[in-house]
Write a protein that binds this ligand. Structure first.
Ligand code: 5GP
Ligand code: ZN
Length: 112
């Protein structure tokens, strides 16, 4: 989609520090990390966010969690948090579905 930051990162038009890539998804390090490990996993297909998941595109979400587990195993990350923000109240700043994967420090619950 035109003018979508993460579509441009997925297409390689804007560079990123890649963690994992295949034909359906890209994982890359967050530019402003909130934990020692903080990467984002996105579908290459433009989906605005969690509220736009439907029966046609939902399989990508299962696949993203499969990829997250694979990356974590490869990197020896045994404990991690997966977060997706949707809508202004949550602080979603990029309207392209993305899952934050955070690890490497103690994390509070509830998240605030
Ligand atoms: P949100 O606030 O929408 O849940 O998360 C967006 C995330 O994207 C933020 O954690 C922010 O640091 C990250 N981000 C924004 N712009 C860029 C960028 O150009 N490159 C990378 N790698 N991360 C970005
Ligand atoms: Zn997009």
């Amino acid at each position: 989609m035109e003018n979508c930051l993460f579509c441009k990162i997925a297409a390689g038009i804007i560079p990123s520090s890649k963690v994992y890539e295949d034909e359906r998804v890209l994982a890359f390090n967050d530019i402003d990390p909130q934990a020692p490990t903080h990467f984002l996993v996105i579908p290459k297909e433009h989906i605005t966010g969690a509220g736009e998941i439907n029966e046609e595109n939902s399989s990508i979400v299962a696949y993203i969690f499969e990829v997250i587990a694979k990356i974590a195993k490869e990197q020896g990350i045994e404990s991690y948090r997966v977060v997706t923000n949707y809508g202004v109240d949550t602080g979603q700043t990029v309207p392209h579905l993305h899952f934050h994967v955070l690890a490497g420090r103690d994390m509070t619950w509830p998240p605030g």
